[in-house]
Design a protein around this ligand. Sequence first.
Ligand code: G6P
Length: 442
Amino acid sequence: MSEGLKIVTIGGGSSYTPELVEGFIKRYEELPVKELWLVDIEEGKGKLEIVGNLAKRMIEKAGLSIEIHLTLDRKAALKDADFVTTQFRVGLLEARSKDERIPLSHGVLGQETNGPGGLLKGLRTIPVILDIVKDIQEQCPDAWLINFTNPAGMVTEAVLRYTTHKKVVGLCNVPIGIEMGVAKLLGVDPSRIRIDFAGLNHMVYGLDVYLDGTSVKKHVIELLTSPENNSFVKNVEGQGWEPEFIRSLNVLTCPYHLYYYKKDEMLQKELKNFKEGTTRAEVVKKLEEELFELYKDPNLTTKPLQLEERGGAYYSDAAVRLIASIYNDKRDIQPVNTINNGAIASIPNDSAVEVSCIITKEGPKPIINGDLPVAVRGLVQQIKSFERIGAEAAVTGNYDTALLAMTINPLVPSDKVAKVILDEMLEAHKEHLPQFEQTVQA
Ligand code: G6P
C-alpha cells in the first residue's frame, strides 16, 4: 500500500456520507487518507454534489489535506484504490418502500433485510455488486472491499461464493450499537465492554459479554427484559423479552431478532405503520429531505446531529476502525462478516458469518471456534439457507430458486402466499431485475 491512501466510496451521494467523512477525520493520524472518491450514478448526481460539497467543507474545517473527488465514472475512480466501500441502494428509497409495503399488503412482514423485502433487495443488489467486483479486479485487484450495502449477509455471501475476489468484508453497525448500548445500560465507557459475537448479519448473538474481562452476561440478560433495552438501533423499536424466555435462551439478542421471536407484535406494529403511511421508508424519505436541506447550507461544516436518527448510527466508527486496523495490522477484535471456514461448525465453510474477529492486514481471523447453542442454531441455519438460495436466485435469475428462497424464509407463512408476493414484487421491481426479464414477461 502506498503512503497516503486512496479510498473509493460507491453510493457516495448517500445521506450517510458525512458519518464516514467524520470517521476519516477522527482517525486521520492512524489512517492517512490522501484521496476520497465519492462515486454515484446519474440519478444520484444532485445528492452527490450536495453531500460532496459538505464533505469538502468538513475536511477544510478540520484542516486536513484529504482530497475529495466527486464522480459518476466508477471505473476511473477505482483505479489503484486501496479500499472500496459500498453503500448504495438500487432503486433508491422508492424500492425500499415497495419492499416494505407489498408484503404488508398481504399481511406479511415487509422489511429491507428480513423476509420478502430482504430477498428482493438481495435480488436487485447482488448483480450490481458482482459488476463492481469485476471493476475492482480490473482496476485495483489488491483493494479491500468493505460492503455496508444491505442485505449485507446475502451480499457478502454472493461475493465470497460467486467471485474470486477474497478481500471482502461485510460490515454492520448492529454489533457496535449493541456494545455501545450495553455500555450505556451499565453506565461504563464502551472501551471496557467486549462481546463475543457469533451468527449472521442481522441474526447475530452475543455468546458472552465482559466488563473489564469478567463475564456480566447474567446481569445484562436481566436488563434485556425491559422494553427500552433490547433494541439498540433507531429503526427497530424495542420491546422487553419475557424474562423466562431470555434467561433460558441465555445469549444476547440483536434488534432484528424481534422480527422472529415477537413475530406477531412486530407484524401488528408494521401493519399499523402501513395503514398510516409511516413505514420506515416513508419516515426515512422525510428525514433525508430534511438532511439534504441542512447539507445544502454553505455554513455547515460538521455532521448534523439529526443524522443520528438513522438506523446506521456508529457505522463510520465501525467502518473506519476496521479500515484502520487492516491498514495498521492492529490485531484488535471487531465483529465483521467474513468467510466461515469452520468458525461456526453448523454453517457451511464457504458461507459468510458475522463473528468477532482479530483484524489483521491479511483480513479478519475469527476468534470463535465451535458452534452456536442448540436453541439458536436452527434459526441461524434456516436464515443461512435463505441467504444462500437467495444469492443463487440473484445470480441465475431462476424463478423457482427465488420462490424457494421466499418460501423457506421463516417470516413467510406458505408457498402460496410466497408466490403471490414474489410475482407482485418481481413485477414492481422489474426495472432493477434484468436477470428475471424472461420470467416477468412470461
Ligand atoms: C440498521 C442496520 C443497517 C440499516 C440501517 C437502516 O442499523 O444495521 O443495516 O441500513 O439500520 O437505517 P434507516 O435509518 O435507513 O432505517
